[in-house]
Every structure is written in structure tokens, then in C-alpha cells.
Ligand binder design. Structure first.
Ligand code: AKG
Ligand code: FE2
Length: 251
């Protein structure tokens, strides 16, 4: 069939597609969700890939600290120098900086990079060597690899402490990822919007509400033709954690 608009019962309530977007939606039973065929790209989406139990445990796992009142603290209020003192139990979170017109700015989120030895990567101009895998990340990786029939050798973690943390429009098109990377992105904590538009377009064409436990997979030529972003959201008070599993070519 040449009908580009999906039957409404197939489309998740969490996906909003602009009228000008030419997409085709099919079911993707391997992840209990949908396959979204874009012009020059392909996405998979599952609203609730990980159970509430996994979500609850991951939220703790990602914040647990040996020396900090992590259960009660408002992380958005913790200054960068104090953050350096926090001994996280499981994840080596850090504040990265980016140089822009000769000035250094803190990224509006915390990040961490885990992976196989040697899977090093330059992200937004920042070269980082991976931390070694831990049990929580290996659990998520195994679940994704089994469902998607791919292997990943690294994961980039993003911590959006509240609605003023964000990620600008970009494509994950670094040469280390190859031309058609499969990137699996999972979310825990607060729901935030994840936007897509073609590289040369000004308006958003697809918008996802990424609920805790949701999975988005970007594959095929998506990174060549599309960009994505996580915009600021004023009302959001709590943390969202995002993990993007990738396969870096080890050179
Ligand atoms: O937070 C997200 O959902 C997106 C993360 C992302 O695009 C990235 O890390 O490259
Ligand atoms: Fe990205």
C-alpha cells in the first residue's frame, strides 16, 4: 500500500507526527512497538520496553553515592565544584565543558561514557576514553542486544537534572560510528520530549514523549539525513537519565 499515514491504532500515543512528514508506520514485534520508516532513515520505538521494576532500580543505580544524601538532594542546585566531591557508587558522572567562540561553557547536562577497552570516541569535540562496564549497564546492553540482534561496545549516558538541562540539535554522525549506525536510546526518570527533523528543515517533524522505560532505536541512514534534540522544558523539576548504546569502530 502506498498510504503514508498510519492507521491510528498502530501509532503510540507518545508519538506526534507533523502533517508535512512523510512516514510509514509498521508494527515491530521484536520490541513490542513500532517501526517508523522516514525519508532517508528508520526508527524503532517502544513506549515501555523496560518494566517499572527495572526503571525503579535503574533510577537508584544511576544516582547511588557513598558520601552524599542522594535520595533527597536537588541535583540541579549542586554546583560543578561540589559535584566533583560526590563519590557515585556506580556511574562516574562528570560535568563536561564545550568551547564556543573562544569561551568555555558547561554542557547543560552531566555525562558519562562506558564501554569496551579501546572504544574511545570524540563527542562534541570532547575525546573520552570509556569507563569499564558495570553490572547495571551490562544488564541493559544484554536486553537490547537480544531484542535487536545487534552488538554494542559502548554507551553514552546523559543526566538531565531538571527541565533546564537539554541537548541541542545534532546528528550522531561521527566517523567512529560508521555511516549507518544502529543507536539504541533508553530513558529513565522524568518524561522529556525527543524531537526529529530533516537536516535541512527548520520545523520539527516528529516528536516523542520518552516515558521511563521507553526505547528509541535510530538506524539506517537516519544520522545522515536527520537531526534530533531534547529541548528545555520549564515545568520539569526532576531528573531524566538517557543511555545511548552504540558500536564504535575500534581503530
Ligand atoms: O537524551 C536523549 O534522548 C538523546 C541523547 C542523544 O541524542 C545523544 O546522546 O546523542
Ligand atoms: Fe544523539
Amino acid at each position: 500500500m502506498d498510504d503514508l499515514f498510519p492507521p491510528s491504532n498502530l501509532l503510540s500515543r507518545c508519538i506526534d507526527i507533523a502533517p508535512q512528514a512523510r512516514v510509514k508506520v509498521e508494527s515491530a514485534p521484536e520490541i513490542g512497538g513500532e517501526r517508523i520508516l522516514l525519508e532517508g532513515g528508520e526508527l524503532l520505538f517502544s513506549e515501555h520496553f523496560f518494566s517499572d521494576k527495572v526503571c525503579k532500580r535503574m533510577i537508584e543505580y544511576l544516582q547511588e553515592s557513598r558520601n552524599f544524601q542522594w535520595k533527597v538532594v536537588d541535583w540541579a542546585q549542586v554546583p560543578a565544584d561540589q559535584l566533583k566531591e560526590v563519590e557515585f557508587e556506580n556511574v562516574n558522572w562528570k560535568q563536561d565543558y564545550i568551547k564556543f567562540f573562544g569561551k568555555t561553557h558547561p554542557l547543560p547536562r552531566l555525562t558519562a561514557w562506558y564501554g569496551d577497552k579501546g572504544a574511545s570516541y570524540a563527542y562534541s569535540g570532547i575525546r573520552s576514553d570509556p569507563n569499564p562496564w558495570n553490572d547495571g549497564l551490562l544488564y541493559l546492553k544484554a536486553r537490547l542486544e537480544a531484542a535487536l540482534d545487534v552488538t554494542f561496545n559502548s554507551v553514552l549516558l546523559n543526566w538531565y537534572r531538571d527541565g533546564s538541562d537539554s541537548l541541542n540539535w545534532h546528528a550522531d554522525d561521527e566517523p567512529e560510528l560508521g555511516t549507518c549506525p544502529t543507536i539504541a536510546s533508553v530513558s529513565f526518570g522524568e518524561t522529556r520530549q525527543f524531537l526529529f527533523k530533516p537536516k535541512n528543515a527548520s520545523k520539527t517533524q516528529l516528536s516523542f514523549d520518552l516515558l521511563p522505560g521507553s526505547l528509541v532505536v535510530m538506524k539506517g541512514e537516519t544520522q545522515q539525513n536527520w537531526v534530533h534534540s531534547v529541548p528545555k522544558r520549564k515545568g520539569v523539576k526532576g531528573s531524566r537519565f538517557n543511555l545511548t548504546f552504540r558500536n564504535i569502530r575500534v581503530v
